[in-house]
Write a protein that binds this ligand. Structure first.
Ligand code: UN1
Length: 440
């Protein structure tokens, strides 16, 4: 049995797999987060550099996740099956994994801890959270909101730092599962470390090279808005950010011209000012890296490192067509048909999010079927995944797990299969009692 990790809220009933009274507990967490939303949003803006409306969206995701998980507290928690044996019934239940190690990034410093902590708590686990060293105060404020709302102190422990505590979590024999969101390079280190003393459950949520496809029949006004929001929102620092624009030559010049014009008008500056469109990138070295990859112009504004939103037309072999940038840079690649565009989309090593803009429903759904990503949008940008739907991707984006939605519980619980034989006699399974077929 896993160590006694307790349950997030007290329950007199049932096994330690999930707490029936959890809905009230998570409602309280959601209420405390909502009470503190303005202050938390300001903290996210100041610490992670997100503009205030995006910082508020970050906190709102956590509030929404609390409400969603509260509902899951009373949802189906297993399956019931007939048996091939007489007077036998079989069912599955879910049980806590034990102690979960969580390593989270700075770009959604409240939302992502909530995606991991709330389902893990609901499933009955304890956890140690190692947030990004670039957003430690956001993590502390998130955990304080949880404990102030009644989550028993100690169920979510926080450890700060960089690689050392992350590695310690991964190899600790008491940590039964590790949940990581960040880069592919770090994800590989996390998985390798977790296996050194493992095996143990490791869920990885890694990079993206998300593409927006614009076919020649697309609504270009919509595509311009979608590209600007997807590519330059959060200064391009979402794992879902639009990093490639795959466009039909018939509309490429007009579309790119309009995006460039709108990009030039975006206001860079203090993320806490309501008039700012694009905040700083997370560090000066990030700005330098983005500029070196793309030729984007960097700026220093009041000590912050900024990168000007940049559109670059490239061929398919260019580094900007292939590698994740994690900055406000949009690489434009031309494609002459839907099939050609899908080839470009699928040529990336990553498979998180994609978008297709067309007025033709048949082509839209053919694209949905052919694009190899975990998330596909039709006539909407590549960012903005909702918390009640599975989130994650294919290929180098992850190792098959999905966060959020019902699937989000999977990485934090073990399935137990139970057989109950009420016949009162030994029934032998996998013994073939049937006579052999006649030989002709
Ligand atoms: C991330 O950047 O790691 O879909 C997550 C979105 C957000 C989550 C992004 N809800 O853009």
């Amino acid at each position: 049995m896993p160590p006694s990790v307790g349950r997030p809220m007290r329950s007199e009933r049932g096994p330690a797999c999930r707490c029936p009274s959890a809905p009230n507990g998570f409602a309280a967490v959601g209420a405390v987060l909502a009470d503190r939303k303005a202050a938390l949003s300001m903290l996210v803006a100041r610490e992670a550099g997100k503009v205030l409306i995006e910082a508020g969206g970050d906190v709102q995701e956590a509030i929404d996740m609390a409400a969603f998980v509260a509902g899951q507290g009373r949802a189906a928690w297993g399956t019931v099956h007939p048996s091939e044996l007489a007077d036998t019934i079989a069912f599955t239940t879910r049980h806590p994994v034990g102690v979960v190690g969580m390593i989270t990034p700075w770009n959604f410093p409240v939302a992502i801890p909530s995606w991991k902590c709330f389902p893990a708590l609901l499933a009955g686990n304890a956890m140690v959270l190692k947030p990004s060293e670039h957003a430690p105060a956001c993590a502390d404020a998130f955990v304080a909101a949880c404990t102030d709302a009644g989550i028993p102190a100690g169920l979510i422990q926080v450890v700060h730092g960089r690689a050392e505590p992350a590695r310690a979590l991964c190899v600790h024999p008491g940590v039964r599962a590790v949940s990581f969101t960040g880069s592919v390079a770090t994800g590989r280190l996390v998985a390798a470390a977790a296996m050194e003393t493992g095996p143990r459950l490791v869920s990885l949520e890694l990079g993206g090279k998300n593409a927006m496809v614009v076919l020649e029949d697309a609504d270009l006004d919509l595509a311009v808005d979608g590209a600007l929001f997807g590519a330059f929102g959060t200064a391009g620092q979402r794992c879902t950010s639009t990093s490639r624009l795959v466009v039909h030559p018939a509309v490429a010049d007009e579309l790119v011209g309009r995006i460039e014009e709108r990009a030039r008008a975006l206001v860079l500056g203090d993320p806490t000012s309501p008039s700012t469109d694009v905040g700083p990138v997370i560090t000066r070295s990030a700005a330098d890296r983005i500029a070196a990859m793309s030729g984007a112009v960097t700026r220093d504004i009041d000590g912050g490192a900024y990168v000007e939103p940049t559109v670059v037309r490239v061929d398919r072999s260019h580094v900007l067509a292939r590698e994740e940038v994690f900055g406000p840079v949009l690489a434009v690649i031309e494609a002459t048909s839907l099939e050609d565009a899908v080839d470009v989309v699928n040529s990336a090593a990553y498979g998180l999010s994609a978008a297709v803009y067309t007025r033709d429903v048949n082509r839209a759904l053919r694209a949905v079927a052919a694009i190899d990503t975990g998330i596909v949008y039709v006539n909407a940008p590549t960012i903005g995944a909702e918390i009640h739907l599975p989130f994650g991707g294919t290929k180098h984006t992850g190792n098959g797990y999905r966060e959020a939605g019902m699937r989000g519980l999977e990485q934090f619980s073990e399935t137990k299969t139970v057989y109950v034989d009420y016949s009162g006699r030994l029934q032998r399974a996998q013994i073939d009692n049937r006579p052999p077929p006649p030989v002709s």
